[in-house]
Design a protein around this ligand. Sequence first.
Ligand SMILES: Nc1ncnc2c1ncn2[C@@H]1O[C@H](COP(=O)(O)OP(=O)(O)OP(=O)(O)O)[C@@H](O)[C@H]1O
Length: 312
Amino acid sequence: MKGKNAASNVQVELQQALDAIDLSALAAGDSVVDKQAGDAAASGASLDVRGLCASRSGETVIENLDLKLPAGASLALVGESGCGKSTLLESLAGLLKPTAGSVRWTSSLTGARVPKAAFVWQNLGLFPWKTVEENLALPLRLENRPSTEISSRVAAMLDELGLCGLQKRYPQALSGGQRQRLALGRALVADPQILFLDEPFSALDALRREHLQEFLILMRLRRVVTSVFVTHDIAEAVFLASHILMLAAHPFRVLGLVRNPLRGALDAAARAGGMDALRAIRESDAFALAARELHAALRRGQRQGQVNEALL
Ligand SMILES: Nc1ncnc2c1ncn2[C@@H]1O[C@H](COP(=O)(O)OP(=O)(O)OP(=O)(O)O)[C@@H](O)[C@H]1O
């Protein structure tokens, strides 16, 4: 596929595949998300990156990156191993100081320049010597929230995570999926405006990973957060992201920033029918087509040096 015609053919094909998805049978009647969800796009934090350069041990990894992201977006960083995904994530999170350029986050709620952020790392970073409820309470304690608020937020989060009854256990006494949910809950319990995730589900088997992806979409719909995540899994990027940044290495290049055409359908499905409706989209022709095209675009970009056409 080459040029604009090929791209618009994909768009037509995608639209047809999306139109063919029948979610009406799955609609749960009551929305699975509360009223906050309607405001989600209006909050979170927006991102403006200009001329960003970052290096590791004196070697340039990220070079002259410009990037803008609206509040409420979910950005996937994808690309070959060593292209700088984790380096970029850490730079965006303020954990790695840029060698040049700027990373500017702005809270759409308060206008604050340093909105509250939370992280879910590959190894989850749970404290093994703290119980489930103590792990969940930690971000709230660090903010000196009143103890009544901490108790009620922890109880609500345990319920949302499906971990009620397990609050006195230690992380090592949980299943892999339960630990992963706990890590998501701990990251979100204090209502951050930005959520960073570094390959959060890569250690899980395929079915558990899909379940956690669905769970994350539902959690995200209930609160206002902009997220940035690293993944090696193209299908995961299509399922979770609103924007997908494709990177290549040697030298560092941005192959393209793609808007996920399925985002609206996925969020609408989650609101209407929860996990069942999300699964219907995952199994649709539209989803397979979007993942296939993104994969092809990455390969094309690596061969040609960059992606020129409007993808998807
Ligand atoms: N702590 C470090 N010290 C020195 N070099 C590093 C360090 N971390 C990463 N690098 C180098 O920086 C480059 C980018 O690494 P980074 O981990 O950001 O890539 P990545 O795309 O996330 O890789 P992967 O997909 O394999 O996790 C690589 O060449 C890597 O070897």
